[in-house]
Design a protein around this ligand. Structure first.
Ligand code: S3P
Length: 169
């Protein structure tokens, strides 16, 4: 995939490996990695969990829209790891479409995602019954990821290197 001069945006569910793969891709391409959750936490001086519990999800989503737009307008081509919920907003999907970015959906089976998110406690939406929540989210979001994606890379049981190669292919 030709990403010269364009942002490379990774989308996909929580646990799909956007941040890890994004870091490897940024290194490989000699680019900066903009991780939307990290941008939000830096800007707010609070964790994602704190923002969810203090201000609620809609407030978090509004900040998310702002940081995505900010990352997309950066002139310097970067790798952007966009958090799982970015596709929920029509404004975000439109911003992705309107940008010249290459958008790759890192697709993982919900059962694989459950295993991957087990040890992580930083995702407030997965506090109760992660398996059921991930399955429901996947059903709700699948068509939205597909809508924004220029390419789909299945990540189930693949190494980071293998996924990086597949994204760049
Ligand atoms: C969310 C994904 C998380 C984080 C928040 C909500 C979602 O980011 O923004 O917990 O709704 O899918 P990651 O996809 O980076 O885990």
């Amino acid at each position: 995939m030709n990403v010269a001069g364009r942002h490379l945006v990774l989308v996909g569910m929580m646990g799909a490996g956007k941040t890890t793969v994004g870091r490897a891709l940024a290194l490989r391409l000699g680019r900066q990695l903009h991780d939307s959750d990290a941008m939000i936490e830096k800007r707010e001086g609070r964790t994602v969990r704190e923002i969810f519990s203090d201000d609620g999800e809609p407030a978090f989503r509004a900040i998310e829209t702002e940081v995505l737009a900010e990352a997309l307008v950066d002139d310097e081509p970067a790798v952007i790891a966009a958090a799982g919920g970015v596709v929920l907003s029509e404004a975000n999907r439109a911003a992705l479409r309107a940008s010249n970015a290459r958008v790759v959906w890192l697709r993982a089976d919900p059962a694989v995602l459950v295993e991957r998110v087990k040890s992580a406690g930083h995702r407030p939406l997965l506090d109760d019954d992660p398996a059921a929540v991930l399955q429901r989210m996947y059903t709700e979001r699948e068509s939205l990821y597909r809508e924004v994606a220029d390419a789909i890379v299945t990540v189930d049981n693949r190494s980071i290197n293998d996924v990086v190669e597949a994204v760049l292919r």
